[in-house]
Design a binder for this molecule. Structure first.
Ligand code: CA
Length: 365
């Protein structure tokens, strides 16, 4: 071998060695970060009150889970279990409180039996719209109270979507007066159920999967659910011809609630990812509800009769709501405090809302 060739090949050899070393270092770094991710990987079990991939509400949770995986680079896995797989639909609150599961997605109004004050966090009949609810929770002190009261059940709540304005429900016969409500069996939860009870209705609490059969078989005479898109999918137009406009759920909040101890053990990064993904889920769900409801209403409005409750029914509901709120406030100090916060924001919000949104909608016509 010539001296020059020897030097060249020695130099090449050295370069190859150096490159190899570089490569190994890079691989080691990648392996390290994979190991760190593996070591840091957190898996949370989340149960919902909805059937698997239930449109908008269920698929919203599915998207939330994949966003958590994506934003965390795979270190945060949220396993979503539809209703009745790990726990029955309406036992998700207790199961999360007892740390049998890590989290749940459901409707806040289901838990009024735990503490009547909870129903206010889910929304108020004849009260705030979705945008107003979220504003109250985030800026008007609602979240602080919600977290304080859920804290007693070792739970940490986040808003997990909102429905926008809901329809008043499906009725087998027309409601032309207060007398028509007497003895009516209706699936209607939360504060609205209490209001209806004072108007002579027998309110029933049923989870999603049981409502259609109950209405079809006449176990109930009426039901509210959500709005045109989901109501249509539930098949209600087939079993009840009258579809009433809404008053009782102008902006219902869904919840994404964690076991508090589990939440506090999460890294600040994972907490931030969940919080951001839940906000994304909330705005996506509101927009999806608006779009899908508008589409479904277009086809529904020609096959069912759209009705509005008579003024005497709405006036009586307004009065009964006042009585329910006064009664609950007298019974439950928590309810009184939450209602006071809600009303404080209402007083602040209303004059501005009247002059901005309401005025504009009237001008736009
Ligand atoms: Ca509803």
């Amino acid at each position: 071998m010539q001296r020059r060739d020897f030097i060249t090949s020695a130099a090449l050899g050295a370069t190859a060695l150096a490159l190899n070393a570089c490569h190994r270092e890079e691989e080691a770094v990648q392996a390290d970060s994979a190991n760190i991710n593996k070591a840091r990987k957190v898996t949370l079990k989340l149960a919902t009150s909805w059937p698997a991939h239930f449109p908008i509400m269920g698929t919203g949770v599915d998207k939330f889970a994949s966003r958590c995986a994506e934003l965390s680079g795979g270190t945060l896995e949220i396993k979503v279990y539809p209703k009745n797989i790990l726990v029955p639909a309406l036992q998700v609150f207790d199961a999360t409180s007892a740390a049998q599961i890590d989290a749940f997605h459901s409707g806040v109004y289901y838990w009024k039996g735990k503490n009547s004050a909870f129903s206010i966090f889910g929304g108020m009949p004849l009260g705030f719209t979705s945008e107003e609810m979220i504003t109250w929770l985030k800026f008007g002190g609602g979240y602080a109270l919600w977290r304080e009261l859920y804290g007693k059940f070792n739970l940490y709540p986040l808003v997990g979507g909102t429905t926008g304005p809901q329809m008043g429900g499906w009725f087998k016969k027309q409601i032309n007066s207060l007398a028509d409500l007497q003895g009516l069996k209706m699936r209607i939860p939360g504060l609205a159920g209490e209001v209806m009870e004072r108007l002579g209705v027998n309110p029933v609490l049923l989870p999603a999967g049981d409502i259609y059969t109950a209405l079809e078989r006449g176990t109930i005479d009426a039901t509210e659910w959500v709005g045109p898109a989901l109501d249509n999918m539930m098949g209600f137009p087939k079993v009840a011809p009258y579809y009433y406009t809404g008053w009782h759920e102008p902006g219902s909040i869904l919840e994404l609630t964690f076991n508090k101890t589990r939440w506090e053990k999460l890294s600040p990064q994972h907490q931030a990812i969940i919080t951001a993904a839940s906000e994304e889920m909330t705005s996506n769900m509101l927009q999806e509800f608006r779009y899908e409801n508008a589409k479904a209403f277009q086809s529904l409005s020609s096959i069912v009769e759209i009705k509005t409750f008579p003024k005497e029914v709405i006036d009586a509901a307004q009065k009964a709501l006042g009585d329910v709120l006064a009664h609950e406030s007298a019974q439950n100090e928590d309810f009184r405090r939450v209602l006071k916060s809600y009303e404080t924001f209402s007083k602040l919000n209303k004059p501005w809302d009247d002059i901005s949104t309401r005025n504009f909608l009237e001008i736009r016509g």
